[in-house]
Design a protein around this ligand. Sequence first.
Ligand code: TXA
Ligand code: MG
Length: 319
Amino acid sequence: MSDVDDQIARAVDVLRRGGLVAFPTETVYGLGADAANADAVHCVFAVKGRPADHPVIVHLADAAQLDEWSASVPAAARTLADAFWPGPLTVIVPRSVRVPDAVTGGRDTVGLRVPGQPLAHALLAKFGGGIAAPSANRFGRVSPTTADDVRADLGNDVDLVLDGGPCRVGVESTIVDCTRGEPVIARLGGVTQDEISRVLGRAVEVSDRGDVAAPGTLEHHYAPNARVHVTTDDDVGARARSLLASGARVALLTMHPPAGLPTDVIVLDPPRDADEYAHVLYARLRESDAHDVDHVLAVPPPPDGIGAAVADRLARAAS
Ligand code: TXA
Ligand code: MG
């Protein structure tokens, strides 16, 4: 057996015994439990410190499993699954009887996703069932994009961490709610609004409903220890100076650091484009904690394509 096969076999064993396995996906690392085992799912909530009414996504190996986990698959969900799975997309659909209340917080809907990351796929294929998994961070904090991030956050509270290296996309999956008539984007993420609209052949809106249907859409989320401020490259110098004058430690995250910044500002390695910004966003926010700064001044990328998801996460981290 290869090393990887051995790891997967151990992970499957942990899941079957009701334990917790952290695993890489193309978006962020997930904290996984057997989705059919309510006690195991309760453990996920306990470790995360997550309120019980916040539902978790069920991860599947294959789109063919949609009908096992959904009572009636809406046409839009089927179309999106065909187009984007495996990949960074979650669909909200009516749940089947197989889905325990613990997964959905008692809702009659369930979020389903088929990740494309090879280790995640191997784990799901070998396990055979659904794996309920939120991002593998404590509730409200920055999502993990490496195995080390998971270990730093969750330590011994997770039975096994599969290490697949840094996540390719870096921000969470796009969530499309297909249960309310017209499909609506409940969370921006790895698949862009334009891609969703093109595949469905109509303009799909981003929901601005601030309800707890998707707690990843809560105002304050994805936050490092430092206070995050969303700003522009034009204003960043002045804001940095005034924060420094008050004795604070300041870091800057932007694609285009302006010239002439005060030398005490910690300039986090600038992403080259929106894709790279998404890829490094959470790592940079964690770095700001490692530098022990009080404030992060963040200039988001232009808000189109994946840049919209980055801008969304920065706005929530800042609120
Ligand atoms: O990329 C991702 O989606 C990652 C990886 C691990 O798959 N997972 C992730 O999970 O971000 P989490 O729990 O941090 O965020 C999942 C979001 C939450 O905002 C949750 O409320 C929403 O999905 N969600 C899950 N099931 C739902 C449902 N039935 N109805 C409405 N929202 C749901
Ligand atoms: Mg999360």
